[in-house]
Design a binder for this molecule. Structure first.
Ligand SMILES: [Zn+2]
Ligand SMILES: [Zn+2]
Length: 245
């Protein structure tokens, strides 16, 4: 989400009021950025919308759970509380924007793309042709030109006012492996993430791997993990079993 806002703000600056499709396309290809296509292509846009919604709901649940365990004196609760506090900060004050702004970005773009397709009276086969062009050739269909104008001329300027621009600019997104920095991308390729706890696994830690989907988790010793992790650890998120790698 941070990377998407960062890229869009830069593109908006680059536009300087000129929303010519070819010019923006040339910029996107030169920078090799995937952000605009993630938003314009219907499949990835739907996924972004779901993701924003999931994360916001998760963040709200973290706050509620934290309220429950905060005053408890049980050892497990105290340990959970520390971890929850950390997560609460990560999805709240430490984010350069309110997650709702991200959802707004996706929803408004979605409304615009739909309205634009409708106004152009493009048939379903035509739309699927446009969508394929975006996915396969990184094209932006001429038909979506009005969306570019709306996105960079109206939606983003409005949202930017409510975003901490400096924090966005300085946020580290190289670990995503989507940038141009080769060293950072190599590092990103080596890094493994715990599919249950959604955190980075330290370099030399033992891992367990799912034999169906290939996801990994850190092979934690019983008793050294929060209660919810202990429960969740029994199975992979795809409901298959782990093997110790
Ligand atoms: Zn889950
Ligand atoms: Zn799995």
């Amino acid at each position: 989400m941070t990377l998407i806002f960062d890229d869009l703000i830069e593109m908006m600056r680059f536009c300087k009021g000129d929303f010519d499709r070819e010019r923006i396309l040339a910029y996107v290809h030169e920078r090799n950025t995937v952000t605009l296509h993630l938003l314009l292509s219907s499949t990835t846009r739907a996924l972004l919308g779901m993701l924003g919604n999931l994360i916001r709901n998760f963040a709200m649940r973290v706050v509620k759970t934290q309220e429950k365990v905060r005053h408890s004196s049980r050892t497990n609760d105290i340990r959970d509380s520390v971890e929850l506090q950390h997560m609460e900060a990560m999805m709240g004050p430490e984010l350069p924007f309110d997650i709702r702004l991200f959802e707004q970005l996706v929803a408004e773009t979605d409304g615009n793309v739909r309205a634009t397709y409708q106004a152009a009276q493009s048939s379903p086969p035509q739309r699927s042709f446009y969508e394929q062009g975006m996915l396969v050739d990184a094209d932006i269909p001429e038909a979506l030109s009005p969306v570019l104008q709306k996105l960079f001329g109206d939606i983003m300027p409005r949202l930017e006012n409510q975003i901490d621009g400096v924090a966005i600019y300085t946020a580290d997104t190289a670990w995503l492996g989507l940038g141009e920095d080769e060293e950072a991308n190599k590092r990103a390729g080596r890094q493994q993430y715990d599919v249950l706890r959604k955190c980075a696994i330290p370099p030399n830690a033992k891992v367990r791997q799912c034999r169906r989907c290939g996801s990994v988790i850190e092979n934690l010793v019983d008793g050294h993990m929060a209660a919810w992790v202990q429960n969740a650890h029994k199975m992979c998120i795809c409901l298959s079993h782990w093997i110790v790698a």
